[in-house]
Design a binder for this molecule. Sequence first.
Ligand code: ADP
Length: 432
Amino acid sequence: MLDPDKEKMEDGRDTYVHGLESLVASTMPLVGEEFFAEFVRRLAETYGAQFAIVNELIESDPVAVRSLAFWQNGQLGENIEYKVKTTPCESVYSDGQKYYPANIQSLFPDDEDLVHMGVHSYFGAPMISNSGEVIGHICILGEQSLAESEKAKSYFNIFAARAAAELERLKLEREIIHHRDKLKELVDEKMASLRHAKESAEAANQVKTEFLARMTFELKIPANSILGYAELLKEGNDSMSAEQQGFVDNIISAGWLLDNIINDVLDISLVETGELFINHTRCRVTECVNESIKMIECQAKEKSIRVVCLYDTDADACIVADKKRLKQIFTNLLSNAVKFNRDNSVVKVKITPVGKNKIRISIIDRGIGIAEEDQHKIFEKFERLDAEERWIGGTGIGLAITKRLVEHMGGCIGVDSVLGEGSTFWVEFAST
Ligand code: ADP
């Protein structure tokens, strides 16, 4: 180790200043493991020591440390972990910087490593964090006796401070990595549980949809036979009283209502299970609209509502769709427009081109309208807003089916409405 007489280099430069300068220059781009490897090399070189260690404190009672880099006789050695009790390092943790210029083997007879290493002098200093905590220590051990020098001591503290700064940065980095990993773990866990919940919900929905499809199919057979027999009763029986005929008429109209509801539920199940068959053909839009208007004419008449069709397109404009389903879409929207419109008013159907390749069909009423915050809900199954309280008949699945049918045929649907002023339901399809 350096003797105060040797604190100047051959060229007259100060050994410690040179040591620190070369440490700064060579460790500038380095962090972590690479920094500490370079650090111990420079430390050993500056002080002419055979061994140099930079240690991180890993336990404080009793004090245990783990080396971050260990310089041994001109090369990097394996890192080690040890308890400082009975070693020269112990006093660094109790008293601060420690200087044993010679005879450490007899001062620390229980530390067999000193004998193995063949060292006689020791110099150690604590690494102190910004907040004043001891977070580790650096030390050098030499084969020769060591002459004490104030300069050597104060530069040693500077080396210790530089190592402490890097260790603090490293700890912070470890903490950030730990938090990042923890966060990733939490996000992964959350995602897995969401995925699981979604899969369970989808499975439950699938079971429900299949059950609904089976059940409605089973309902359809007796409902049709009730209707059939009621029609037969009506046609072939003159002996019934007027009251009895009224009863049969009621059975028939209730039967049709039931049949419509069953068909709607069946349709929605078929769309959801992907079993709805679509027969694509070229459909003339005006023709489909006019046929649909005919189907709701009776309903409109009951409320003295006129249904008019206006078009800005060529009367032969066509879209590719399933004609039966297209008419079902128009009939559902028209039926709602009549149902929710004021008596003695008008429902308009407008057919307009959108750009070059699309056609928009709008069904416009001046009825009760829909509040903005409710507009996204009405396409959900069984959503009726306040139709129930207003005693307006229905099941709340018409729009849900309509939306699914439109999208199944590659179109889109929307609504513009102002509460109390009326609604415009529109659908758009690619034109041909
Ligand atoms: P239903 O008409 O059988 O109740 P729908 O699915 O066809 O079921 O409609 C869902 C709800 O959307 C209706 O209950 C009603 O509250 C609202 N709605 C639909 N069409 C209109 C309309 N033209 N004007 C006002 N509200 C409407």
